[in-house]
Write a protein that binds this ligand. Structure first.
Ligand code: ATP
Ligand code: MG
Length: 359
């Protein structure tokens, strides 16, 4: 029965910079969620990673941290890395690469999921004119991470160079499977982005997606060429629900979409492994504001919501966290990155408290 289900084990890896500051707020919110939703019992075990891993164990991705993740049901990750001017220090040299590649390899994180939502009361943060936002921008971009042209053979001979793009059916199915499921819990619309007028790999994506769509009749699927998708992201961002695409197109489109909400501090993300999923803010360790207590914890808090939804299937609890973040923002509790110029902003912990109160 549900009541006897063991508590989910969450590996908490705050990391560096603003990571520990925003993680503290996310844990406050998750602990409150567990009180309100008794099915959402969770245990939190902390591990060191990044510069913090180096300080504690002499490695950016220590073996004890890997072992912690292996016995956990989900990974809640903060951020890693140090200031640009300190990159030569052993603590920071290759810190992001070692930490994230270590995790990616250990857990086969083959798919990246990035929501981009524009909060209606934060239209002043978005680079888009408000009339483009009036229908509500709320999309999720799902990107294949371990295939395609970035991982193909790269060769240069004389005055010509070549990069090879390869996909297998199995590689294509993984992000699409998640995309169909995600669409079902949302507006039921999936846009598969490709360049099928030119590329064989894109034609294979279309074939696989068309096959899979038969098993998901609740989802309305369409295809869009990537050049058109880039245009529509700016011209008609409200028309998207779930986008699924290959590695390079996803790299470009998700960076373009990430500017729509107006602050990295609002944007969570997930990386899907074969055994477990990892959740992290889309932004980095933000050394420019670290230690000041002013970072926006919304992205990290929303990572907690994504974890409840996608790892634990607790939709009501996830939606409650998202509604509480909406409510805090709506009531004008705004950190510096999202407060209109010339207005008062709140600290990281005041924002976290407002979310807890709104729950
Ligand atoms: P990194 O190498 O870790 O990516 P970076 O210097 O590029 O470091 P990011 O963390 O990517 O910094 O952040 C880019 C900008 O967005 C910075 O000015 C940072 O302060 C801001 N930013 C990122 N996350 C947040 C947040 N949670 N709250 C407020 N501002 C943020
Ligand atoms: Mg950055």
């Amino acid at each position: 029965s549900l009541s006897s289900k063991a508590a989910r084990k969450v590996a908490v890896l705050p990391g560096d910079g603003i990571g520990p500051e925003v993680m503290k707020e996310a844990l406050k919110v998750l602990k409150r969620t567990a009180e309100l939703f008794p099915k959402c019992a969770m245990t939190f075990e902390h591990g060191n990673i990044g510069g913090a891993g180096f300080d504690a164990h002499g490695e950016h991705f220590p073996a004890v941290t890997k072992a912690l993740c292996e016995r956990s049901d989900a990974i809640l990750f903060g951020s890693v890395g140090g200031p640009v001017q300190e990159q030569h220090m052993p603590k920071w040299k290759d810190c992001e690469k070692n930490s994230l590649l270590g995790l990616r390899k250990a857990f086969d994180l083959a798919v990246n999921v990035r929501p981009a939502k524009v909060y209606p009361t934060l239209a002043h943060c978005s680079p888009l004119r408000s009339e483009l936002l009036k229908d509500g921008v709320d999309m999720v971009i799902i990107r294949e991470l371990l295939g395609g042209i970035y991982f193909g053979e790269h060769t240069t001979e004389g005055d010509s160079a070549k990069d090879v793009c390869t996909y297998t059916v199995a590689q294509i199915r993984r992000p699409l499977e998640f995309a169909f499921q995600a669409a079902k819990g949302r507006k039921g619309k999936l846009t598969v982005v490709d360049k099928a007028n030119v590329l064989d790999t894109s034609r294979l994506w279309r074939k696989v997606a068309t096959e899979m769509a038969k098993d998901h009749p609740e989802v309305t699927m369409d295809f869009m060429y990537v050049d058109n998708a880039a245009m529509q992201l700016i011209k008609a961002p409200a028309s998207f629900d779930v986008i699924c695409t290959e590695n390079m197109f996803g790299d470009i489109l998700s960076d373009a979409a990430s500017v729509l909400p107006g602050s990295l501090g609002l944007m969570p993300s997930a990386s899907l492994g074969s055994k477990l999923y990892l959740y992290e803010p889309s932004g980095g360790s933000a050394p420019d504001i670290a230690g000041k207590g002013v970072a926006n914890p919304a992205a990290q808090i929303l990572c907690g919501a994504m974890m409840l939804r996608y790892s634990f299937g607790e939709e009501a609890a996830a939606a409650a966290i998202e509604a509480a973040v909406d409510q805090a923002i709506l009531s004008g509790v705004l950190t510096g990155d999202i407060a209109p110029p010339g207005t008062k902003s709140v600290s990281t912990s005041v924002f976290g408290d407002a979310v807890v109160a709104a729950m």
